[in-house]
Design a binder for this molecule. Structure first.
Ligand code: ATP
Ligand code: PRP
Ligand code: MG
Length: 285
């Protein structure tokens, strides 16, 4: 069998975005509900649907060749797996939180507390690093409830919008690290599977670059082009096409989607008109 075996979370926060990004790179998967694995019909790839927390071990053992998982789980399971690509979704952070009313002036204030978490290895490493003496209590879900039911004085859990902390009368006091979904590979991957993974990674990079970029089209008087080009330099340099109206041109360029809003006023001041901003599907540079 020369298919690349890739693990994806079976259900939960990572599942849909993981399947979407595979679809965006043109891979079509025969996806019967409740199947534990499914093959792609246009790419040498098989998807294994697994629990996020089990994936690092499967990678370490070479049961799967690659996976899409949260960085936080990789760190917790500490299997020395290397991250190939950050995928830009499921962004969150692992944080320490305390009851809103608790006094806190620094990490040393965690001394002597009971800390509830689903990430015991990560928390113990953090406590060791800061020479804090606290008791770690492992809870597998709904960690934020622990202080309210007298199980712990502090928690360490995933925070994204912060609304779960807020609803449970907790405050975030320290961030251990930030996490997002990542592409990871097994140290036991074979040469054939590695080649397939290289192709997949190349396609993912082109989709990720495109997600962050926008295609910009605008009209401007020729006298203003030099100034506008300095604002919108593009990948190599912008495309300039003459308009039917004498003395005017259409300028096409690519820009980072976040930078666009910063330069729009500059563009207008420089004389740009009829500015169109379009999404890009793929970028091969
Ligand atoms: N609120 C959140 N916002 C953004 N990303 C999150 C959030 N909560 C979790 N994540 C990310 O999504 C991953 C999967 O979370 P989810 O709660 O679906 O699974 P789980 O219960 O940790 O894992 P399993 O698949 O083993 O049941 C987490 O490891 C983390 O990387
Ligand atoms: O800051 P927020 O946006 O509120 O997100 C944080 C919450 O999201 C995750 O739980 P999830 O909803 O995945 O439930 P789970 O505990 O069942 O995994 C995490 O464990 C937090 O409880
Ligand atoms: Mg969760």
């Amino acid at each position: 069998m020369s298919n690349l075996k890739i693990a994806v979370q079976k259900s939960g926060r990572l599942h849909n975005d993981s399947m979407n990004i595979l679809k965006e790179v043109g891979i079509s998967i025969d996806n019967g509900r409740d199947q534990l694995k499914a093959a792609a019909n246009n790419f040498p790839l098989e998807v294994f649907y697994l629990r996020n927390g089990d994936i690092p071990q499967y990678l370490a053992d070479g049961v799967v060749d690659a996976a899409i998982i949260g960085e936080n789980v990789l760190i917790e399971k500490n299997q020395n797996l290397s991250v190939l690509e950050k995928l830009g979704f499921s962004g969150c952070r692992l944080s320490v939180a305390l009851p809103k009313t608790a006094a806190y002036s620094g990490i040393q204030d965690l001394n002597g507390l009971r800390i509830a978490t689903s990430y015991p290895n990560t928390v113990n490493a953090f406590l060791r690093k800061h020479q804090v003496n606290a008791q770690v209590h492992i809870i597998n879900g709904s960690v934020e409830i622990a202080p309210n039911i007298g199980l712990a004085e502090a928690i360490v859990d995933i925070v994204s919008s912060g609304s779960t902390l807020f609803k449970n009368n907790l405050k975030e006091v320290a961030v251990l690290f930030k996490s997002e979904a990542v592409l990871v590979k097994s140290p036991k991957i074979s040469t054939v599977q590695q080649e397939i993974l290289d192709t997949l990674q190349f396609r993912l990079q082109s989709v990720l670059k495109a997600r962050n970029a926008r295609y910009v089209l605008l009209n401007a008087p020729n006298s203003q082009l030099t100034q506008i080009i300095s604002i919108l330099p593009g990948i190599k340099s912008p495309t300039i096409l003459p308009l039917a109206k004498p003395g005017w041109s259409s300028l096409h360029s690519v820009i980072n989607k976040n930078e666009f809003w910063e330069v729009i006023d500059e563009l207008k001041k420089a004389g740009a008109e009829g500015i169109l901003v379009c999404p890009i599907e793929n970028m091969v540079i």
